[in-house]
Design a protein around this ligand. Structure first.
Ligand code: 8YV
Length: 325
């Protein structure tokens, strides 16, 4: 059909997304090996009406400024949108959309997976079995950390942080949280809003659920590790640069903290080589939202956002509503 609007999908995504979009638009999906280059993304953005990207694809100002006049929407497959220069998009009246809610449970659940695995040394046990080393363990080996009744520190209590905190009920934990706003939901659970310093000093487990913005860059730095308990475990399913990875390596090496569970890294996809050698860190390759409900839900929501934006309507998850004003 002539004059159909064009959508470029810059990575491989669950099929449902392209199926939904193909009903309305001419859809092209990036199908080469490895991530899309900045040049190719820029080239595509010169001719399409909408582009679909995700956390691993940067959409900086220069790419946005050289986009074609047709570009109406940058559709992010993911809730965090620090990969996109939203200010530049807003100046060009380009809508930016994201995929909140649908991935909340999967991501909060995964933070628990990392926390439990780090606390009870699951990765280390797995590596031990696979190594074929003689299994002559004593009851004094492989002690991890107790979880029940301990103190859980949640930094960032938006959707994911709140869901993460609510999941602690079965472990009967004391909850401390730190955010810019009070959370009624968490206070009903008996959680206490405290300063970052108090949270770091008192918590046995610290889990990060903040967006990556200038104010959260290296929120957890060398000073933070100095005040954390030597028995504490840090969990990061938010964004890598929220933690100073060099300082984290040093803290894990010197025993300033006991362990870490990481899904994200400061220079993703590069991981500090020292972390690869450490037994007291459990790592995953940015897969916290990787479950069927979550990833399919993200695909549907991204497609719905795109369809609404190209129909001139307000998408359900619009990051920059100013463009409509
Ligand atoms: C990724 C995420 O988008 O939603 C986010 O902010 O970081 C993830 O869900 C997902 O891994 C797809 O790249």
């Amino acid at each position: 059909m002539a004059n159909r609007k064009k959508v470029y999908v810059a990575l491989t995504l669950p099929k449902i997304l392209a199926e939904m979009l193909e009903r309305e638009y001419e859809v092209e999906v990036y199908d080469r090996k490895g991530p899309i280059s900045k040049e190719l993304l820029g080239e595509k953005m010169r001719t399409v009406d909408a582009v679909v990207v995700s956390a691993s694809i940067a959409v900086p100002r220069d790419v946005i400024e050289s986009a074609g006049p047709c570009l109406k929407a940058i559709v992010n497959y993911g809730v965090g949108y620090n990969n996109i220069d939203v200010e530049a998009a807003t100046e060009r009246k380009i809508m930016v959309t994201n995929t909140p809610d649908v991935l909340t449970d999967a991501t909060a659940t995964f933070a628990w997976c990392l926390m439990l695995a780090a606390a009870r040394r699951v990765g280390e046990g797995d590596r031990f079995i696979r190594s074929g080393k003689p299994w002559n363990l004593s009851p004094c080996d492989f002690w991890g950390r107790d979880i029940t009744g301990r103190t859980l520190g949640v930094i960032g209590t938006g959707r994911i942080g709140t869901s993460f905190a609510l999941k602690s009920r079965g472990f009967d934990m004391k909850i401390l949280y730190h955010d810019v706003a009070r959370s009624e939901t968490l206070e009903k659970l008996g959680a206490n809003l405290v300063s970052k310093e108090e949270l770091l000093r008192e918590s046995d487990f610290v889990s990060l659920h903040v967006p990556y913005i200038p104010a959260t860059h290296h929120l957890i730095d060398a000073r933070a590790f100095e005040i954390m308990k030597p028995t504490a475990i840090l969990v990061n399913c938010a964004r890598g640069p929220v933690v100073d990875e060099k300082a984290l390596v040093a803290a894990l090496k010197t025993g300033q903290i006991w362990g870490a569970g990481l899904d994200v890294y400061e220079n993703e996809p590069v991981v500090s080589p020292e972390l690869l050698e450490m037994e007291n860190v459990v790592m995953a390759p940015h897969i916290a939202s990787a479950s069927p409900d979550s990833r399919e839900g993200m695909a549907r929501l991204a497609a719905e956002n795109c369809i609404a934006a190209l129909a001139g309507k307000r998408p359900g998850a619009l990051v920059n509503p100013e463009v409509l004003g």
